[in-house]
Design a protein around this ligand. Structure first.
Ligand code: AMP
Ligand code: ZN
Length: 467
């Protein structure tokens, strides 16, 4: 299997450290809001990577964190904790927000046929591991305490910018967005390992540590969580391209300083999904969710197919026109598969030949559009239907488009998680009004509004729409 490696900036043969065992790590979501379909593009393509490795015969163990603490508004450790921001927005506790959006994330994954990684670990489960690693970094002289925070000292490294070819100044501009410079840092690229002091001292979740009561930085969680479950050597680490700097750069810095040798050999980065106005981002507050696509009548798997039609290393622009075309193509494909008959034994020669073609496509740096073409090629093979059906069932282990599910009825009803949630809130608001608890009724309306859901009191009852 050949994969592009951000570390070497080359397409390389993928060779795991230990025979056919693969240790794979994915940076999980920051659960302060719904995942947008850009985030989901990354998770779909990482799911295809995992399934391609398994299909190619590797024994994969995949680990993912859930970021429920420490990811500040700017990736460069400044601003408010994103989780606290979410909690304030919705007048809930951080843990309530984390639970709600973690559940919403996995509900989206289920609809998109994204397999849940073998290990999913929330950052707040691993405080002891973070502290141990930070202590180790202090002992080895790679970290220092300043202004009551613990920082990683990037000047102690031979080279820091191992993942990016951009120059230093360009990268730092991206990081400095909303920044007030942190004057405790010895070097501008140093980053926080443990906070006890921040401008935002109302952090809800805090833990005892040798450096005082505080909370971990964002980057340390992925290093510590991956080592907890995959050990000191990892084969492949993935995320979206915005993670390359500073997040993955900092992960490499602290991990290799801590263990004293190379940590991860292959870095897989998915390029962004953009809309017409540019990169989709959760912090912009306005973004497309899977529930929104569903409310417009799209089957989530149409979005999966939309993603598979493009290479993961190219930016992808979202448009409803393309989604409509994909929806038509998807339904046609399901119909063609449903018409295949069970007409005898599978022709092993044709099966092996076509399987090899499919393996070549995914083995060519996860060329998913080529893999889809191989699926269409199956129909043109001179063989019986049973062989074609067996091939498509086999390829569906990777593309996961439910190709054998039969034609799906056009959606007429919205049955998304979102709708269930909104209808429940509307019911609670009705109840509050009945009890003349207008403050509660308003609070419910506002909570929905903060999630971009608008309620309208009409003569036919309460209606809702997305802002
Ligand atoms: P977050 O929840 O913000 O930590 O992001 C979750 C994942 O989505 C990370 O791997 C990001 O790199 C990735 N991501 C963020 N924005 C986009 C986008 N517009 N397109 C694709 N992936 C993205
Ligand atoms: Zn990470």
């Amino acid at each position: 299997m050949k994969l592009y490696n951000t570390l070497t900036k080359k397409v390389e043969d993928f060779v795991p450290n230990d025979g056919n065992k693969v240790g794979m790590y994915t940076c999980g979501p920051t659960v302060y809001h719904f995942a947008h379909i850009g985030n989901l593009r990354s998770y779909i393509m990482e799911d295809v990577l995992e399934k391609s490795l398994r299909y190619s015969g590797y024994d994969v163990k995949r680990v993912m964190n859930i970021t429920d603490v420490g990811h500040l508004s700017s990736d460069a450790d400044t601003g408010e904790d994103k989780m606290l921001k979410g909690a304030k927005r919705e007048k809930k506790t951080v843990m309530e927000i984390a639970k709600f959006y973690t559940d919403a994330f996995f509900a989206d994954c289920a609809k998109l046929n994204i397999k849940i990684p073998d290990v999913v670990e929330p950052a707040t489960n691993c405080i002891a591991e973070f502290i141990k690693m930070i202590e180790g970094l202090l002992e080895k002289g790679y970290a220092y305490v300043a202004g009551d925070n613990v920082y990683f000292d990037t000047s102690k490294l031979e080279s820091y910018y191992v993942l990016s070819s951009q120059n230093e100044e360009e990268l730092m501009v991206g990081v400095r967005d909303d920044v007030d410079e942190d004057t405790n840092k010895r070097n501008k690229t140093d980053f926080v390992l443990w906070f006890t002091k921040s401008k935002f001292d109302n952090q809800e979740l805090k833990w005892e540590s040798p450096w005082g009561v505080g909370y971990p930085g964002w980057h340390i969680e992925c290093s510590a969580i991956s080592m907890k479950h995959l050990g000191e050597y990892m084969d492949i680490h993935c995320g979206g391209i915005d993670n390359i700097f500073p997040h993955h750069t900092n992960e490499i810095a602290q991990s290799e300083a801590y263990i004293g040798h190379k940590w991860c050999n292959y870095w897989f980065h998915v390029h962004h999904l953009n809309d017409k106005s540019g990169k989709m981002s959760k912090s912009k507050g306005e973004f497309l969710t899977l529930s929104l696509l569903e409310s417009k009548g799209y089957n989530p798997l149409v979005y999966r197919m939309f993603c598979l039609q493009s290479h993961y290393r190219k930016p992808l622009e979202f448009s409803y026109e393309i989604m409509d075309n994909v929806a038509v193509a998807y339904n046609k494909l399901l119909k063609r598969v449903s018409e295949l008959k069970d007409d005898g034994a599978v022709d092993e020669n044709v099966f092996a030949k076509m399987k090899q073609k499919f393996l070549d496509a995914i083995g060519n740096d996860i060329n998913t559009s080529m893999a889809l073409t191989v699926i269409y090629d199956v129909f043109r093979e001179e063989t019986n239907d049973a062989t074609k059906k067996a091939l498509i069932a086999s390829f569906d282990e990777v593309v996961s488009l439910n190709l054998l599910a039969g034609v799906v009825e056009e959606k007429t009803q919205i049955d998304s998680e979102l709708e269930v949630y909104v209808l429940d809130m509307i019911e609670q608001r009705k109840e509050a009004k009945k009890n003349k608890d207008y403050a509660k009724a308003d609070a419910i309306r506002n909570e929905l509004l903060e999630k971009g859901i608008i309620l309208e009191d009409t003569r036919e009852g309460v209606k809702w729409k997305l802002a």
